[in-house]
Design a protein around this ligand. Structure first.
Ligand SMILES: Cc1cc2nc3c(=O)[nH]c(=O)nc-3n(C[C@H](O)[C@H](O)[C@H](O)COP(=O)(O)OP(=O)(O)OC[C@H]3O[C@@H](n4cnc5c(N)ncnc54)[C@H](O)[C@@H]3O)c2cc1C
Length: 459
């Protein structure tokens, strides 16, 4: 039994079904995809993503999952990024055909919003982040990324114009809050290790459209998926879990994968179950960080840019989604680490985002939107604060004891990844691998480029 039809549960269900196990995935909501999905907006009837979801080239397991379910071609790849630099046109950061870490060097040196001394200081910090290697990053889990940046001599302006836009979007916390290990993972794996790692993939259609093929593939492999079915408790006989109590009755199972967030898992466990497995002891200590997605529709198209980073502004990213079937130009604004926005109503949110849009496009007349739809995700991701990694459980109960047929998955489990779709799929593959006794189910990272290895980024 797999509880949860988000990416972690689907990934576990897929690999178990492919291996010939009899597997059933239950999902409480009527649709699959969990936090990475779409909804039908009752106001307009449009299918909207809860938020833009970005996949990077370094997300090897998510891409493996998409390939297995046959939707890899639904991902459109972008190899250049635009950074707003008003009143000038945006800075373009394109990937050159050079091996990592030089693939971004020329584009970075051409950024006009940064002075030469600033670029050199940032480049020097990047060099040190490579030279100190991956083991160093893992040891940096108890201080914030800002502590590391300060130690490396980065100024407030460099933090605002370069480091914050990258890290706040990737880790969903401010640089003075996020554990350095998480931010360094993004920098090392996303930018320095391989030249395809930073390529940005966006789904051409809705996120929801990716999950029908996933469901089909799991069912073809012999698995079952039931949506609209809630787990109420994990059945426990004092030694092993014996199945899942659902709102449609008890389902017995030889093994259970929990693929729900930690607060949900806490509700499924009795106190005896929690006492029997140390992985369940500290679920309440995990905190969350919100993301706000704002869909804006205009009656005219005012830019041809596909997306734009807004350094130093409350709105961090704009994704231009094109003109839709109703003839309206769709812009999706994303605000990560959005704590300060949660109390605002939609009109106030729209006004603030519009201010940022007009800041980013000073030379065009940005009209008032004709429709706005904001989506607040209060528990969007776990908060990877210093010390967080000690709270992350492994897929399988370890030598320290625990319940050997209860497997844990979800982006919050110990994958070494930030809260991402990649982390979720990795955790699902790891749980399936633990059940099947195949540790190799999790795909390798992209190989580290020779030059990056030479510079210290050891595998
Ligand atoms: C607004 C937003 C923007 C994001 N942007 C990005 C991005 O750009 N790139 C990226 O990689 N990641 C992004 N993420 C993070 C990404 O969505 C998550 O890391 C990932 O989807 C988590 O998957 P999961 O399977 O671990 O958990 P979930 O998606 O939370 O899945 C858990 C599932 O379990 C179900 N469930 C819960 N309780 C029960 C129960 N009792 N019985 C049955 N089912 C239950 C839930 O309904 C849910 O479907 C974003 C997240 C949000 C919210």
């Amino acid at each position: 039994m797999v509880v949860g039809g988000g990416l972690a549960g689907l990934a576990a269900g897929l690999r178990l079904a492919e291996s010939g196990r009899i597997v059933e995935v239950i999902e409480t909501r009527p649709r699959l995809g969990g936090r990475a999905t779409s909804f039908e907006d009752p106001r307009s009837g449009r299918v909207l993503d809860n938020c833009q979801h970005v996949v990077l080239g370094c997300c090897t397991n998510l891409l493996d999952f998409y390939e297995r379910v046959g939707v890899l071609d639904e991902i459109e790849w972008h190899r250049e990024f635009f950074w707003a630099n008003p009143p000038h046109s945006p800075d373009r950061l394109a990937m050159a055909g050079l091996p990592a870490p030089l693939h971004l060097a020329a584009g970075f040196l051409r950024q006009r919003r940064l002075g030469l001394a600033e670029k050199l200081r940032i480049a020097q910090a990047l060099r040190i982040m490579m030279a100190r290697g991956r083991r160093w990053r893992v040891r940096e889990g108890d201080r914030t990324f800002l502590d590391v940046l300060s130690e490396l001599g980065q100024t407030a302006r460099e933090v605002e114009q370069f480091w914050s836009p990258v890290i706040v979007s990737a880790c969903n916390l401010e640089v003075d809050e996020v554990a350095a290990s998480h931010a360094l993972q993004v920098i090392q794996e996303g930018f320095l290790a391989h030249r395809f790692a930073a390529a940005m993939g966006l789904a051409r259609g809705s996120l929801l459209s990716l999950y029908d093929p996933a469901r089909r593939r799991i069912e073809e492999a012999g698995g079952t998926i039931r949506t609209g079915v809630s787990a109420k408790a994990l059945a426990f006989d004092g030694r092993r879990v014996t199945g899942v109590v659902t709102d449609e009755g008890v389902v017995e199972a030889a093994a259970v994968v929990s693929a729900v967030p930690p607060d949900r898992l806490a509700k499924l466990c009795s106190s005896t179950l929690r006492a029997a497995d140390r992985r369940l002891a500290r679920l309440e200590q995990i905190e969350f960080s919100p993301i706000l997605g704002v869909h804006l529709f205009f009656d005219s198209e005012f830019t041809e840019l596909p997306h734009l980073v807004l350094p130093g502004r409350p709105t961090q990213w704009l994704f231009m989604k094109g003109v839709d079937a109703t003839g309206r130009f769709h812009v999706h604004a994303v605000i990560s680490a959005a704590q300060g926005w949660m109390a605002l109503d939609e009109a106030a949110i729209a006004a603030r985002v519009l201010e940022d849009l007009r800041w980013a496009f000073p030379s065009v007349r940005v009209p008032d939107p004709v429709e706005v739809r904001s989506v607040k995700e209060k528990r969007a991701t776990f908060a990877a604060v210093p010390g967080f990694d000690r709270l992350r459980p492994t897929a399988r109960a370890g030598a320290a004891g625990g319940i050997d047929n209860l497997f844990l998955a979800g982006d919050w489990c110990a994958t070494g990844w930030p809260a991402t779709m990649e982390g979720a799929v990795r955790s699902g593959y790891a749980a399936a691998g633990a059940i099947l006794g195949q540790e190799g189910l999790v795909a390798d990272d992209l190989p580290t480029a020779r030059l990056s290895r030479w510079a210290g980024l050891s595998p």
